[in-house]
Design a protein around this ligand. Structure first.
Ligand SMILES: NC(=O)c1ccc[n+]([C@@H]2O[C@H](COP(=O)([O-])OP(=O)(O)OC[C@H]3O[C@@H](n4cnc5c(N)ncnc54)[C@H](OP(=O)(O)O)[C@@H]3O)[C@@H](O)[C@H]2O)c1
Length: 278
């Protein structure tokens, strides 16, 4: 079985660079999908309160026979948890849904800049971190100006910033900002939700190295130093996405993929996204 590299976060915690994402996996399919991923060798699962499948992720991890401290699990604070008590309660609920006494990473899911105070929410995240029930805390979908506002007003530096990133949205400026501040960038929608399959440049590189477009793209992320967690409910794809540690992209292939950037999002722009579920 290939060994997945780890990255050391700014508080010393190690995170596997490749994980399995469970966004849009229905609760009834999540145990099977997560169990497959764990069988294949994934040791990092990315879920969220908003996904509605924490319980099933927890079941799969606990029933896998793999020691709990060998599986890195992330969850994220839902956008409708804005007040301190609500945030603390929702974290307790995440732990009880997962059936864990400790989470590995907990993120603010979206900054919601026009409708909510992300600095105030971060202060509650700091309280949760201080309680010892989560090994690291971070943010998701934060732009540099959101992060700057946190730095001036809070104590704990986010360990990660999870943002949309793929060849068509390379996020170079934001990734450099994260790196300058010892924040690891995690790339969501790493294969642009399958769109990388239709790109002729990626197809050509894939043909040259004898891999698939998804594998080449995931390898590009790994060599850039980001954390990725592609999602799939198809076991053969979950296997395919794991087989990315037996080849390397040379500099010209890396540069050709980076040159595909066209600042194209598959999801919302965090500066404009202010959705609070009912
Ligand atoms: N923080 C945030 O705001 C945020 C937002 C979105 C996502 N995320 C996280 O990032 C994870 C990944 O992002 P994502 O699910 O949006 O997109 P993604 O991983 O880029 O793409 C998933 C899509 O690609 C297909 N696929 C997977 N592997 C493939 C392969 N080898 N070849 C061809 N198609 C393949 C999947 O199909 P099948 O499932 O049908 O096989 C699915 O339709 C999520 O699961 C979630 O954990 C976070």
């Amino acid at each position: 079985m290939a060994s997945v590299p780890t990255i050391t976060l700014n508080n010393g915690v190690e995170i596997p660079q490749l994980g399995f994402g469970v966004f849009q996996i229905k609760p009834e399919d999540t145990v099977k999908a997560t169990t497959s991923a764990l069988e294949i060798g994934y040791r990092h699962i990315d879920t969220a309160q908003m996904y509605g499948n924490e319980r099933e992720v927890g079941l799969a991890v606990r029933d896998s026979g793999i020691p709990r401290d060998e599986v890195f699990v992330t969850s994220k604070l839902n956008n409708n948890r804005l007040q301190r008590d609500d945030i603390l309660r929702s974290f307790d609920t995440s732990l009880s849904e997962l059936g864990f006494d400790r989470l590995d990473l907990f993120l603010i899911h979206w900054p919601l800049p026009a409708v909510a105070d992300y600095v105030a929410r971060w202060k509650v995240m700091e309280e949760i971190y201080a309680s010892g029930r989560v090994r690291a805390i971070g943010v998701s979908n934060f732009q540099p100006h959101h992060l700057r506002n946190l730095f001036g007003a809070t104590e704990v530096r986010p360990a990660v910033n999870q943002v949309e990133a793929h060849p068509f949205l390379s996020q170079d400026e934001l990734r450099a900002f994260d790196a300058d501040h010892e924040i690891v960038t995690e790339a969501w929608a790493p294969i642009a939700r399958g769109k990388v399959n239709d790109d002729p440049v990626i197809a050509e590189i894939a043909w040259q190295v004898g891999k698939t477009p998804a594998q080449v793209t995931l390898r590009w992320h790994i060599q850039r130093g980001d954390v990725v967690f592609p999602k799939s409910v198809t076991r053969s794809r979950v296997e395919e996405n794991f087989e990315i540690f037996d080849f390397e992209l040379d500099q010209s292939a890396m540069a050709a993929i980076s040159a595909l950037n066209r600042d194209e999002r598959t999801g919302p722009n965090p500066d404009e996204f202010n959705y609070i579920p009912g």
